[in-house]
Design a protein around this ligand. Structure first.
Ligand code: FPP
Length: 263
């Protein structure tokens, strides 16, 4: 049995589509960092004549399964874009629901996150979030800090441009005397020390970056799927990885460069 199939033993029926996908995936060419723009919750609800918040509620099940799938695949970093700085413009009821869902997710899933050896982390201006959310986030970080498997990063109150502004301000504070380099900026981003995303997935068919990881995605492979986030499951993640493995990454060179030898 191949290494990846072993990680899913007992979870899938041998004839399932996932087994076929897992057999086709090259375990030596997995992305080191997958970032996801989870989009389409509102449209999912609208199609069913349901309030938008039901779309977000259903989206939490997708978060749960995708996080577990990434952990089984031993993907080193998974970043989920859950709330942008622009999302504060939404109706208060929707914002409150999103904050509540995040707290509920942590309360319900923390044991499972630990069992899967996942380390919980965040990026974004966390200090501007409500106190109860900050408390839940620090509990999740504290209880998972010794885990060595997938690092789950939830982007909250996040903006790619503001991340750059924050890093440039930190550069000013450091009073660096040499001309600034890419390395200086890399080291001050919220994602300092982490590999840049190899694969960026966006659900619901929109061809936009929406202010997400603007610096980090310079050479990221982008995969846009029509699937709405609440319908996105482990098999969709596997399909995206398979498609990623078919791409030839050249980083401006004329020959292919792999995830391993770029870093
Ligand atoms: C985009 O759909 C989705 C969001 C703004 C929120 C994503 C949040 C969750 C899936 C739940 C909580 C997160 C975690 C990590 C537990 P949209 O509302 O913009 O959809 P639309 O474009 O169809 O209107």
């Amino acid at each position: 049995m191949n290494y990846l199939l072993e990680q899913f033993k007992g979870k899938l029926s041998s004839s399932s589509y996932e087994v076929k996908l897992l057999s086709d995936i090259d375990s030596n060419k997995l992305p080191l960092h997958i970032a996801i723009i989870m989009d389409g919750n509102g449209r999912w609800a609208k199609k069913r004549n349901l309030p938008r918040i039901v779309g977000h509620q259903s989206g939490v099940e997708s978060v749960r399964t995708v996080v577990e799938t990434a952990a089984r695949l031993s993907i080193p970093v998974l970043t989920l874009y859950a709330f942008s700085t622009e999302n504060w413009k939404r109706p208060k009821k929707e914002i409150d629901t999103l904050m509540d869902l995040l707290k509920e997710y942590i309360a319900k899933e923390l044991d499972n996150i630990n069992q899967n050896n996942i380390r919980f982390s965040t990026i974004g201006r966390i200090n501007e979030l409500p106190d109860s959310v900050k408390k839940a986030l620090s509990t999740a970080k504290k209880h998972t800090r010794n885990n060595t498997g997938t690092k789950l990063i939830v982007a909250l109150n996040y903006s790619g441009r503001l991340e750059l502004v924050d890093s440039f301000n930190r550069l000013l504070e450091k009073k660096i005397e040499h001309p600034i380099s890419e390395k200086d900026i890399d080291g001050l981003l919220y994602t300092a020390g982490l590999p840049s995303p190899d694969l960026l997935i966006r659900t619901s068919g929109e061809m936009r970056i929406s202010n997400f990881m603007l610096w980090q995605i310079a050479y990221t492979e982008i995969f846009v799927t029509e699937v709405l986030w609440p319908d996105f499951r482990g098999k969709d993640l596997l399909e995206a990885i398979l498609e990623f493995q078919k791409r030839e990454r050249r980083y401006g060179d004329i020959k292919e460069i792999t995830c391993e030898n770029i870093r």
